[in-house]
Design a protein around this ligand. Structure first.
Ligand code: DGJ
Length: 728
């Protein structure tokens, strides 16, 4: 069992392979946190918490003055009594007050891990993989019950957490804040790591030392967003890529979130993560329940790299689902940057002709194939073929592509509606809106109100028809604006602030229905590139279009940042034209290929405009990727240069599970003439094996990791070097 309860100490010991997490029921009723350490056999209390009469830390009525919830580490903190730090839970009672007492009532320890109702979560294939502790707390006054769930993995340094509220009383309650996790740490000698950015420059790694007070990242945009990712990490002291203690926190949620660290008056940080309380409220009637999203916590004693690999293994095998979870992904061509809206079936078939000659396996028809969609002003919601562009419909085009030996994929944006559309004419009330205000648009479009069952049923119906009636084996699911005037026509005034969360639940419901009805289809999520690259989406769609920025140099920081949490197998990466459409930069085809081959590989350019020489190169790249893509599927990813320290050089490496094969890629972004020599220390190899590099030599794994490999000289601007390492 990964969870032990020692009654004599009122102590829970949560054990992962290399860590111990302790919870004690203080005074039999307050779950306190005794630390998340490297593995410890038994808790003897050598570093136990202390209680002092501290000024301005209030005391519960029944307790002595030395006891205050304000200065002991708690597992979860309800607002309105003696803990005046950042709370995890705020609930308004029928009298309008916000004051809760959460006291231990009971607990259970179960083998396995229950799924969360209506929400994505990490899952198990066998109950032996993890155990779950449910600690039930109660507010005796209102009868509110709060189940804190902890799933502890036997073979991974992972603990997942979520919270369920049950209104077991008689009064109507309103939840104003409910975090999925709260973790109190001892001291503040940590660096906060976050993934922040914008459209076209998503998930850059930002680091800052913890300071007294609040530091946070959040989204208020209705989706997880390009701007902040629902992930933070804390790196202890001088922890780095390969050494030191790191805690990772990742939220399996695709809507408004908050991830924060509040360092209190005694320098103790409290980490919280969950649905953003900003503009959120949820009515909890007697007898009803509320379930939070799941937070996934990782503890690494070997730096950020090991934390990333723990997330990678977990997310690709126990978060992603469907037939493609364990399947190599097809090399694709997408027509977006090749044609934008300007195409018809002949253009597409000509492109497909060339693509199939080069060995590309999947053709993805992007935006513009439906309604009267000749630009982005119209037709979202009208999911029937554009008569002029596709006179024979989707089927005839798809069959034409299949005849060329490729499979066929299609773009949709099912959460959106254009004002200029038949759907809007028929159902103007189907969009998210505040009744007495006019609507704002984003990319000239509105957001469908997925909190409504009728809207969801319509979308599920129309998409199912497309997927059933046509040979479609891939879907790109896009989402190109954020939410404004957030409200729903069907909700009463007192429930309007539930709309954002209900929207996300609605998206999950539609995705669950569609993806389970078409298990053989590969789904790729997208939100103007990486605007919704989060674990919630990966539960339904096992890969995400990483960024609309296809420039190979921009992609280095985007893919490196993304790799902090998400495995390369979840990222889409394409070779596009030069000069690049987003940055104007010209980078060699070799470098564009090397960078895109670090993830799920494809092309997004007009092949018909290329020279014979370029086509030959592409043919070689495609053949090469097919040989190495098994490394993307199940290899372990190592960052060879810490991407937050150096941005003029990037290097990463993927090692096969048996360590007999690896691929290291080095890209010099900027270089000076007559620069110093350089070397690269490899990682993840078997110290006792001998390897060749690019088919030559014989080097011990120990040598390649300790001494490293010599980089070519001279290094040129934006040049990539690949080292294929094979056991001899
Ligand atoms: C945004 C996506 O990220 C692009 O790849 C493309 O599909 C466009 N939308 C189409 O409108």
């Amino acid at each position: 069992m990964s969870i032990e309860y020692i009654d004599s100490q009122k102590l829970f010991h949560l054990k992962t392979p290399s860590s111990s997490y302790f919870i004690r029921l203080e005074k039999g009723k307050h779950p306190v946190h005794l630390g998340w350490h490297g593995a410890i056999k038994n808790w003897g209390g050598s570093n136990d918490i202390q209680c002092f009469d501290r000024a301005f830390s209030p005391n519960p009525r029944t307790e002595e003055r030395s006891f205050s919830l304000d200065n002991i580490p708690l597992e979860y903190s309800a607002w309105g009594r003696t803990d005046l730090r950042t709370p995890s839970l705020q609930v308004e009672g029928a009298d309008g007050s916000m004051s809760l007492d959460l006291e231990y009532r009971e607990h259970s320890i179960l083998p396995g891990k229950p799924l969360l109702d209506g929400l994505p979560s990490v899952y198990l294939e066998d109950d032996s993989e993890a155990d779950t502790l449910v600690l039930t707390l109660e507010d005796p006054l209102t009868g509110l019950l709060c189940d804190l769930s902890y799933t502890v993995f036997a073979e991974r340094d992972v603990i997942t957490r979520s919270v369920r509220l049950r209104n077991g009383g008689k009064e109507e309650l309103t939840v104003k804040r409910i975090m999925s996790l709260s973790l109190d740490l001892e001291d503040s000698d940590y660096t906060l790591v976050q993934l922040s950015g914008a459209h076209n420059r998503e998930r850059r790694i930002h680091r800052r030392p913890l300071a007294s007070g609040m530091q946070s990242v959040e989204s208020r945009r209705g989706t997880s967003s390009h701007q902040q990712n629902p992930f933070i990490a804390l790196m202890k002291g001088d922890a780095g890529e390969d050494q030191g203690i790191v805690y990772g926190f990742s939220l399996v949620y695709s809507g408004n979130f908050l991830a924060a660290v509040d360092v209190d008056q005694f320098d103790s940080p409290r980490v919280i993560m969950g649905i953003n309380p900003f503009d959120f409220a949820w009515r909890l009637e007697p007898g009803s329940e509320f379930q939070t999203p799941e937070a996934v916590m990782v503890r690494s004693g070997k730096g950020l790299g090991a934390m990333s690999r723990t997330y990678h293994d977990l997310y690709r095998s126990r978060l992603c689902r469907g037939a493609y979870r364990d399947r190599e992904r097809p090399v694709l061509i997408n027509n977006w940057e090749a044609t934008y809206f300007d195409f018809d079936s002949n253009t597409i078939l000509n492109l497909a002709d060339e693509a199939s000659r080069l060995g590309i396996e999947l053709f993805v028809l992007d935006d513009g194939w439906f309604g009267e969609r000749d630009n982005d002003l119209t037709s979202l919601g009208d999911w029937f073929p554009h008569k002029k562009k596709l006179p024979g419909g989707i089927r005839s085009l798809a069959e034409g592509i299949l005849e060329k030996g490729m499979s066929f994929g299609i773009w949709v944006e099912p959460e959106m509606i254009s004002e200029k559309s038949r759907l809007y004419e028929a159902h103007p009330d189907w969009c998210i809106r505040v009744k007495r205000r006019n609507l704002s648009t984003g990319r000239s479009q509105l957001v469908l109100d997925y909190s409504r069952r009728d809207v969801r049923d319509y979308i599920v119906g129309i998409l199912s028809d497309i997927l059933r009636d046509n040979p479609v084996s891939y879907v790109k699911w896009d989402m190109n604006r954020h939410l404004t005037e957030v409200g729903s026509a069907l909700l009463p005034a007192e429930r309007q602030r539930e709309t954002s969360h209900r929207f996300v639940l609605g998206v999950y419901d539609v995705l669950e229905r569609i993806t389970s009805a078409f298990p053989e289809v590969l789904f790729e999520s997208c939100s103007g590139g990486g605007g919704r690259f989060d674990p919630g989406m990966l539960y339904y769609m096992p890969q995400t279009w990483t960024s609309d920025n296809t420039d190979a140099i921009s992609r280095l920081s985007i893919q490196a940042g993304t790799s902090l949490v998400y495995p390369p197998l979840t990222m889409g990466a394409h070779v596009s034209a030069v000069p690049n459409h987003q940055t104007g930069r010209t980078v060699s085809l070799k470098t564009r290929g090397a960078v895109a081959m670090g993830a799920n590989f494809g092309y997004e350019l007009n092949l018909l405009n290329l020279s014979a020489d370029e086509k030959d190169q592409i043919k070689e790249q495609v053949a090469e990727y097919k040989k190495r893509r098994h490394l993307i599927l199940d290899g372990s990813h190592y960052r060879l240069i810490e991407p937050w320290k150096q941005t003029d050089r990037y290097a990463w490496m993927t090692v096969s599970p048996d360590r007999r094969e690896a691929l290291a890629v080095f890209v010099s972004v900027h270089t000076e003439s007559n620069h110093p020599y350089g070397s690269l220390k490899l990682k993840g190899l078997d110290r006792d094996m001998s390897y060749s590099i690019n088919g030559e030599g014989s080097y011990g794994g120990d040598e390649l990791m300790e001494s490293g490999i010599r980089l070519p000289y001279p290094l040129f601007e934006a040049d990539a070097h690949e080292f294929h390492i094979r056991a001899l």
